[in-house]
Design a protein around this ligand. Structure first.
Ligand SMILES: C[S@@+](CC[C@H](N)C(=O)[O-])C[C@H]1O[C@@H](n2cnc3c(N)ncnc32)[C@H](O)[C@@H]1O
Length: 211
């Protein structure tokens, strides 16, 4: 199943940015800037964006840590990372790493923040659990994990698509997320705060304090 998703994204990467440009309400990257604004990152910080895809969060994050900092995007699809490369062309403080987020190839306490935009609901079962553990491991003490995801849509058709996406995690995980998302995250972090994005269509869960 994982290999299928990887291949799916390798193919999808050819049109992903064009597809997002047509369908997304975030053409100006307002959501990604909002995500970066809430990390608390400062000049010289290190930040990891998991499931980075074509790297749409990387430039907003880079603006927070500036040239002295380090921005790392990790994804298991070589196609998505290659598509992202053109966005960061000559920037030698942004790194793209090919890896499964269930096993993050970084040292303990390496990052001042970890972000994930519109991808967490794609992680299933053990991968999701391992990933949350790994995020806690690579974060410096007290530093946040920010998980940005779609909130339950008001429009009936879009809501149906949202539920279908959740169901791809498996019915058990989907129910757990819908009913007990905060509790799920609180198995790994001491504090979990939810904020809404300016569009009102997405939310950010800000998780701190690894358990
Ligand atoms: C919907 S895209 C989101 C990309 C990006 N964060 C954005 O906001 O545009 C989901 C991404 O998650 C990646 N992904 C899914 N499962 C993964 C895993 N287990 N390890 C690493 N990347 C994964 C996919 O390859 C894809 O690039």
């Amino acid at each position: 199943m994982k290999r299928f998703r990887q291949k799916y994204y390798d193919y999808f990467s050819r049109i992903y940015d064009r597809f997002v440009a047509i369908h997304s309400t975030d053409r100006a990257l307002r959501l990604r800037y909002f995500l970066a604004d809430n990390t608390g990152l400062k000049k010289g910080g290190n930040v990891l964006d998991i499931c980075t895809g074509t790297g749409s969060a990387l430039i907003p994050l880079k603006e927070k840590v500036q040239a002295q900092g380090r921005v790392v995007g990790v994804d298991f699809s070589i196609g998505m990372l290659q598509a992202g490369k053109s966005k960061i062309s000559d920037d030698d403080s942004i790194f793209l790493v090919l890896a499964d987020v269930a096993y993050l190839p970084f040292k303990n306490e390496a990052f001042h923040a970890v972000t994930c935009s519109h991808a967490f609901y794609e992680l299933k079962g053990e991968t999701q659990d391992n990933c949350l553990q790994e995020i806690g491991r690579v974060l410096k003490p007290g530093s946040p994990f920010l998980m940005m995801e779609h909130d339950v849509p008001k429009n009936l058709f879009i809501r149906m698509l949202f539920y279908l996406r959740l169901l791809s995690m498996g019915p058990k995980k989907a129910l757990e997320i819908l009913r007990h998302e905060r509790e799920l995250l609180m198995r790994y972090f001491r504090s979990v705060e939810k904020i809404s994005t300016p569009t009102g269509r997405s939310k950010i869960m800000i998780c701190k304090g690894r358990i």
